[in-house]
Design a protein around this ligand. Structure first.
Ligand code: MG
Length: 285
C-alpha cells in the first residue's frame, strides 16, 4: 500500500490520515486474527511519520501508563507528538498541544472508540469505500473565459454556463456527491439561483468538502479526464491540481488529471464544446 507523505497543515488532516491508517490496520488485524497492540503491531506499515515505530511505542507506553487495554487515537496523538518534533509543532500551532492531548489520554476509555477484530471488520466493511462518477459538458463560445480546474487559460473561447462553466470542477463535484450519496451539483447549486451566476466553481467543491466531512467521508483518490481539442491542458495540470486540492483539503497527489482530444469528431472535436469525466473514491470513517 502506498500512502501520500503526511504533508499536513492542520489537525483535521492528521486525524483523517490516522483514522484511515487505523481502519486499515484493524482490518488487517481482523483478517490475521491478531490483537491490535503490543509487539504484534510492529509489523504494520505506518509510513506517515518517519519515526513511526517510535511513535507507536510511545503510544503503547502512554496507554500502558494509564491502564488502557487498547491503543486509542489519544495515545497515538501523544505518540506522534512526543516523537516527531516537526509534527508536534504543527499540532501545537493547530491548538493540539501537550496539555490537550494528555487530557484526551486521561479521558480515554476502552471501547469508546469502537472495538477491533472481526466484529469491527463486519461493521465497517459495508462502509469502507464508495466510488462516484461525474460527467459534464459545456459549449464553447468566443468572449467567455476558459476556466478549467479553477485555472483561467489563455484562449479565444470559453464555456457557456450559469457559473464559470468549469467542467472539471463540475464533474468532480458530481463524482464526490455521487460517491457520498448526496445527489448532484444541480441539487445543491441550482442554475436557476442568481446566487451562482458567474460563480467560481471552486466554491462548489469547498461546499462539497463540508458535506463529505459531515458524513464522515474522506477523499481517497480522484481521477479525471478532460476532453477538448485546444488548448493543451497538460502544462496547466500542476496549478489545477493545486487549486482543486486546496478547495477539497487534500494533497495534490490525491488528484490525477488527464486530457484527451476528441480526434476532430463531433462537437467536442470541432472545438465547439469541452467535456469531462471524473471518478472519485471516498473512504468512510
Ligand atoms: Mg457544468
Amino acid at each position: 500500500m502506498g500512502y501520500a507523505p503526511l504533508d499536513v497543515s492542520n489537525i483535521e488532516e492528521i486525524q483523517s490520515e490516522m483514522q484511515k491508517l487505523l481502519m486499515r490496520a484493524s482490518l488487517e488485524a481482523a483478517k490475521e486474527d491478531i490483537p491490535l497492540r503490543g509487539e504484534e503491531t510492529r509489523g504494520f506499515d505506518f509510513p506517515f511519520v518517519s519515526n513511526a515505530k517510535q511513535a507507536i511505542d510511545a503510544a503503547v507506553a502512554c496507554a500502558d501508563s494509564r491502564g488502557a487495554k487498547a491503543i486509542g487515537v489519544a495515545h497515538l496523538l501523544w505518540g506522534i507528538y512526543s516523537t516527531d518534533s516537526a509534527l508536534a509543532k504543527k499540532m501545537s500551532d493547530s491548538g493540539w498541544g501537550e496539555e490537550k492531548i494528555q487530557t484526551l489520554c486521561k479521558e480515554y476509555s476502552d471501547g469508546a472508540e469502537g472495538s477491533t477484530g472481526m466484529d469491527a471488520y463486519e461493521k465497517v466493511k459495508p462502509l469502507l469505500t464508495r466510488c462516484g462518477i461525474g460527467y459534464d459538458l459545456h459549449r464553447l463560445e468566443p468572449g467567455r473565459k476558459l476556466i478549467v480546474g479553477g485555472i483561467e487559460l489563455p484562449f479565444e473561447k470559453g464555456p457557456v454556463g450559469h457559473s464559470d462553466g468549469d467542467v472539471l470542477a463540475h464533474a468532480l463535484c458530481d463524482a464526490l456527491l455521487g460517491a457520498a450519496g448526496l445527489g448532484d451539483i444541480g441539487t445543491h447549486f441550482p442554475d436557476t439561483d442568481p446566487k451562482w451566476k458567474g460563480a467560481n466553481s471552486l466554491l462548489f467543491l469547498e461546499h462539497a468538502r463540508k458535506l463529505l466531512l459531515e458524513k464522515r467521508f474522506v477523499i481517497e483518490h480522484v481521477d479525471a479526464v478532460v476532453i477538448l481539442e485546444r488548448p493543451k491542458l497538460g502544462p496547466h495540470f500542476p496549478k489545477m491540481r493545486e487549486a482543486l486540492a486546496k478547495s477539497l483539503g487534500v494533497t495534490p497527489e490525491t488528484i490525477h488529471l488527464k486530457a484527451k482530444t476528441n480526434e476532430g469528431v463531433d462537437a467536442v472535436g470541432r472545438g465547439e464544446a469541452i467535456a469531462c469525466h471524473v471518478a472519485a473514491t471516498l473512504v468512510a470513517l
